[in-house]
Design a binder for this molecule. Structure first.
Ligand code: FNR
Length: 199
């Protein structure tokens, strides 16, 4: 199973990037992990939709071959970082070629702040719902993170490890349940139906 991660924090010391590394280390054995360098995408412009930049084509391919997608988002001003929204906008276009349609997705995020990225995740849920992705509703994973990592960036907090393990197990079950029901758009079903968003 291929799981693609979008990490909304692109700084060297990003807390959310550390969460990604911790999740990669504890991933189930039959899972192949990938991430996409969203910081290498150009800024979205409709002028480039007819002839997509090569990085954008790579992005859409990565989304389309994934069996599941995990978004790990920081919270910027109670929303998602612009760099993450930029990637989502690209993958949703051009009109009728929304790569997220029917994809099994899950969202989590970490912040030193008290609401643990609730505001960002709330916005992200709305975006993904509009794009007809199938977002795992539970467990909600709003992480307020202080000293959970050592100087090498390794996860040292057992409670956080437990939360991330639960997230992994829940997401695997979410994907398998929808697979068994024949719902959702996995790699092998992609590209059949033109879809929203509207131009
Ligand atoms: C923040 N931060 C922040 N934190 C929060 O809990 N709610 C918020 O609305 C914001 N807003 C915000 C805006 C901007 C522009 C910055 C740079 C920061 C703090 C943020 O949670 C903290 O810097 C995290 O460490 C960012 O995640 P990464 O990049 O470390 O993964």
């Amino acid at each position: 199973m291929k799981i693609l991660f979008f990490v909304g924090g692109i700084s060297r010391e990003s807390l959310n990037r550390k969460i990604f590394h911790a999740m990669a280390v504890m991933s189930p054995l039959d899972v192949e992990i990938a991430t996409f360098p969203i910081e290498e995408l150009p800024f979205f412009s409709q002028d480039q939709e007819k002839d997509l930049p090569s990085k954008v084509r790579e992005l859409k391919d990565a989304v389309e071959i994934a069996d599941g997608i995990v978004f790990i988002t920081p919270e910027y001003n109670r929303s998602i970082p612009g760099v993450l929204k930029n990637a989502i906008d690209w993958a949703s276009r051009p009109y009728g070629k929304n790569s997220f349609k029917g994809k099994m997705v899950a969202v989590l995020g970490a912040s030193p702040g008290n609401v643990g990225t609730f505001g960002a995740q709330n916005h992200l849920d709305a975006i993904l719902s509009y794009l007809e992705a199938m977002t795992m509703a539970q467990p909600e994973t709003y992480l307020k993170v202080g000293d959970a990592f050592d100087a090498q960036g390794e996860l040292t907090d057992p409670k956080l490890r437990e939360i991330l393990q639960l997230f992994w197990a829940s997401f695997m079950t979410w994907i398998e349940r929808h697979d068994a029901a024949g719902n959702g758009t996995h790699a092998r079903h992609m590209g059949e139906t033109p879809s929203a968003p509207l131009s």
